[in-house]
Ligand binder design. Structure first.
Ligand code: NI
Length: 227
């Protein structure tokens, strides 16, 4: 499932994050430090060093916003969220085709996180740069995303994806991964569709017994499939 989650951050939060990142100085490092064997040869960008004070501060801001976002919770069914990272693609920078590594060690914790869902939270407005689209391939073809600042795309970590070269300006974003309670994307998608339908029925005050039964099915599927 590819899904846009609008307005994860408010305009003021985006402005604050951008201001902090603009003055991050030597916390910006070569993005290849976190790329694996597959990613490193095709990756050309800048990243904020993990565990730097700015990464931790802005990461916490994003995590707090996600905890209050019902659409994110319904779609991703998060078990654990990787501390958000930050990148910048300046003119000529890109990230070629790759699949994100399946397991990531959360820095300084020894905790291993299985990447089920990948997230990109856009921090630049689309008119600030040309190119820089996030391109995701699935069985239906290639999907292109270039969202408003503050909006976030979530997509299965199993997908082949890339960031097109930036040809004007700079593209700044946060990116991270989620270990979901539901490992399989098709099962997670079905639960999201079911939850969305139940929410619609709840808001229309439809038959209460039927809604109770459907809600029971939702939770029992979550229990059956959940990690
Ligand atoms: Ni990636």
């Amino acid at each position: 499932m590819l899904l846009t989650i609008p307005k994860v951050l408010t305009t003021d939060q985006v402005r604050y994050a951008r201001e902090r990142l603009h003055h991050a100085g030597d916390a910006w490092i070569d993005g290849r430090v976190t790329a694996g064997h597959q990613g490193a040869p095709v990756k050309r960008n800048l990243q904020i060093a993990e565990n730097s004070a700015i990464a931790l501060e802005l990461g916490d801001l994003i995590l707090a916003a996600l905890e209050r976002n019902p659409l994110f919770i319904s779609a991703a069914l998060p078990n654990q969220v990787y501390p958000p990272m930050f990148n910048c693609y300046e003119e000529g920078m890109y990230f070629g085709n790759h699949v994100d590594g399946a397991i990531r060690l959360i820095p300084g914790t020894g905790v291993k996180l299985r990447t089920d869902v990948s997230a990109t939270l856009f921090l630049s407005e689309p008119d600030e740069y040309d190119g820089g689209e996030l391109l995701i391939e699935d069985t239906y073809g290639v999907h292109s995303a270039k969202l408003a600042a503050g909006d976030m795309l979530v997509y299965p970590s199993t997908s082949l994806h890339r960031v097109a070269p930036v040809i004007r300006g700079a593209r700044i974003a946060s990116f991270f991964w989620i270990q979901s309670l539901i490992r399989d994307d098709s099962q997670r998608s079905m639960l999201f569709d079911m939850d969305t339908a139940i929410q619609r029925l709840n808001s229309s005050q439809a038959d209460e017994i039927a809604r109770t039964n459907l809600t029971g099915c939702y939770h029992n599927l979550l229990r059956m499939w959940g990690a």
